[in-house]
Every structure is written in structure tokens, then in C-alpha cells.
Design a protein around this ligand. Structure first.
Ligand SMILES: [Zn+2]
Length: 362
């Protein structure tokens, strides 16, 4: 479903508060071959809004997933750091969840099999699910069975009818990419065995705000997720988050562990309680007063991008100012924002001013 989003994708609440307004932007990662091809490229509104009720931050204009992910050329295996991250995760998961040859591990957005291949090597049955046929073909080549499908309640029901339910469902950096968040989490609840665990990683909204990671806001990311918002989504579908880890990946991520809410043997971990308190202290659970200006403004000059903080969240800690030198690789990333940013010299700088930020990073 493409077009303007009229209510919160999680709870249907009003999207009245703007966290960041980045104007009209083309879909990122299109890798156009020439500047002339960019001139005719479609542009869509790119705004991160806050739901009045559940406080989920989300874009309020959806570009169709088929347009964003149809010819997906991001292969997870290209990143050595990410491969190491996946290997460590699999070792941990096998021990923690007592996985063995009778188990089934399902990964949602399994890409080229970069993670599941570790379980295959351990003799643990796996199933990958990914909507991109290019990455799925690569996965099949290395022995990772992969369904080329978008995941949701319908597909989960079909797998269960075929006798396939998961001991472990892994979803790393997929939740933000899902426009139909409720359908996706409902699918997890259907596919997960009664004693199973879902382990989901996503970039943490609080880190985006504190470190002004404005370049992580783009159309592929439909949602910008806090623990506060995602606990409500999981709760709506009979799942309960009982543990969380903070990770350094993608500018600061969370890994949540969820199980069926009926599980009486699981208590909230100390880390989970601490993170709830941290988000509350940052004001992620409140809206700004009406008098405060809401909405960030961002622009790109020949010297690079700049952005002003919005009035939301009202008490989050932010850097006083950011000065960052931009390498060639970084500038290429910024080209998501505007192809014109690439014109600058080999090193340029950006300054992100605000009166309320309280610390500096290099
Ligand atoms: Zn909501």
C-alpha cells in the first residue's frame, strides 16, 4: 500500500507531531547510473512523525515495498563486521535456546543466508524468508532454503498448516522496513512454537535522537522504534518482551527477546526494566507542549547537510553541536538526501546546530 499514511501504522492514533521533516526525497539505494536518470526520479515526502497514542515514530508517506525492495542489491555478506556479528549471535542462540537437530530456526528477511548458514553448519534446520529473489538465490546456493515472500500472518498460517513452527524466529534489521507492522508481528505470534523465542534487532530511536542520526531516516525505514512503542505492538498480538540487549550496530540498536504472553516462567529482566526507565527519562512517552515548535528542518548546502532538532522528545539528551568531516563513502550515503551533495570537494563538513543539545561528538 503506497501513499499518505492517515493514522499510526501500529495503533491507528493521530500523527500530529513531527520529529523531522526532510522535504521531498527520492527513494534511497536506487543506484542510478547517471545524473540525468536522477532528474526524472520520483520524489516523495519524507517526514518522521510521532503517534499521539503509542509514540511510534514513523514516516507518514509510504513508498510501495515493491518499488523499494524489488531489485534489492544489498547483500549482507558484503560486510565482514556484520558476518562476525551474525556468527556470535548464532553461537549465543544455540546455547541460550538449547537448539539442536530437532529445532527449527526461521529468519525473517534472511537476505543471502549470511546468518542461517551458521545454524546449517551446526546441523540445526533453518528456513529463510525474504522478498528479494536476488538475495534468496544466493542463499539457496550456500544451502540455506529460502522462501521468496513478504512475511505476515497469511504466510505464517500456511507454514503452520504444513507442520512448520519455529523454536527461534530471528528478525535483524527488518522491523523498520515493514509497512504493515501489525500483520508482521501477528505472523510471528502464529509461527512461534508455544515455548519458542523471537529475537528481533532494530536501530534504537533513542540513539537516533541523541546522536542525530538523521541519515537513517529514509523511505525504506517506515518506523523508528523505541522499546516503549514496540512493547505495545507485541502485546497486542499476545507476545511479551522479557529481555533486551543494547548493541553498537547501526548507530545503536536493541535486540529484544519475546515469547508468548502465556509463558509464566519468564520474568522481565533487569536490563528491560532499566531501558524502560531510560526511555521515560528521555521523554519518549510524552508529547511536547503545544507552544513548542515541532518539526526538524533539514537542508543540504554545498558544505553538506544541516538539521535543527524538533521539539520532540522534550527531554532527550542531544549533542550541543555536531561537526563531522565527511569521507567519500559518507558523502555517497548522503546522496540519498540530495544528489547535489556529491558535488562538494573531497572533504566537506556539516554542522547541525541547536540550542538544547548538551554534548559534542567528533
Ligand atoms: Zn500509535
Amino acid at each position: 500500500m503506497a501513499g499518505p499514511v492517515t493514522g499510526c501504522r501500529a495503533c491507528g492514533g493521530r500523527l500530529s507531531v513531527t520529529m523531522a521533516d526532510l522535504g521531498m526525497q527520492p527513494p534511497s539505494n536506487a543506484f542510478l547510473a547517471s545524473m540525468s536518470a536522477a532528474e526524472g526520479e520520483k520524489r516523495y515526502p519524507l517526514r518522521a512523525k510521532v503517534c499521539e497514542q503509542c509514540k511510534l515514530v514513523q514516516v507518514d508517506y509510504d513508498v510501495a515495498p515493491e518499488e523499494l525492495f524489488g531489485n534489492y542489491v544489498y547483500f549482507s555478506s558484503y560486510s565482514d563486521d556484520w558476518l562476525a556479528h551474525a556468527r556470535q549471535y548464532c553461537d549465543m542462540a544455540r546455547r541460550r535456546f538449547h537448539l539442536d537437530p530437532r529445532s527449527l530456526v526461521v529468519e525473517l528477511a534472511s537476505n543471502d543466508g549470511y546468518l542461517l548458514k551458521n545454524f546449517v553448519a551446526m546441523g540445526i534446520p533453518v528456513l529463510g524468508i525474504d522478498p528479494s529473489d536476488t538475495v534468496a538465490a544466493a542463499a539457496e546456493k550456500i544451502g540455506v532454503p529460502t522462501l521468496v515472500e513478504f512475511f505476515g500472518a497469511r504466510l505464517a498460517g500456511k507454514l503452520v498448516r504444513e507442520g512448520r513452527r519455529a523454536d527461534l524466529i530471528v528478525g535483524n534489521n527488518v522491523l523498520a522496513h515493514v509497512p504493515q507492522l501489525n500483520d508482521f508481528v501477528a505472523g510471528i505470534a502464529v509461527l512461534l512454537k508455544p515455548e519458542g523465542t523471537a529475537s528481533i534487532e532494530f536501530p534504537h530511536l533513542l540513539k537516533l535522537i541523541e546522536q542525530v542520526e538523521f541519515d537513517t531516516i529514509y523511505h525504506e525505514h517506515y518506523s523508528y522504534i523505541s522499546l516503549l512503542a514496540i512493547e505495545q505492538v507485541f502485546g497486542r498480538h499476545g507476545l511479551r518482551i522479557h529481555d533486551v540487549e543494547e548493541l553498537p550496530t547501526h548507530g545503536g540498536s536493541l535486540r529484544i527477546f519475546a515469547a508468548h504472553a502465556a509463558r509464566a516462567d519468564l520474568e522481565d529482566s533487569a536490563a528491560l526494566r532499566a531501558l524502560r526507565a531510560q526511555e521515560a527519562a528521555a521523554g519518549l512517552d510524552v508529547l511536547p507542549r503545544a507552544s513548542k515548535p515541532a518539526g526538524a528542518r533539514c537542508s543540504i548546502s554545498s558544505r553538506g547537510p544541516s538539521a535543527k532538532a524538533s521539539g520532540w522528545p522534550p527531554t532527550a539528551r542531544r549533542p550541543r553541536a555536531i561537526r563531522c568531516s565527511i569521507s567519500a563513502a559518507r558523502r555517497a550515503r548522503i546522496s540519498r538526501w540530495s544528489r547535489t551533495a556529491i558535488r562538494t570537494s573531497s572533504r566537506s563538513s556539516c554542522r547541525v546546530p541547536t540550542s538544547r543539545w548538551s554534548r559534542r561528538r567528533s
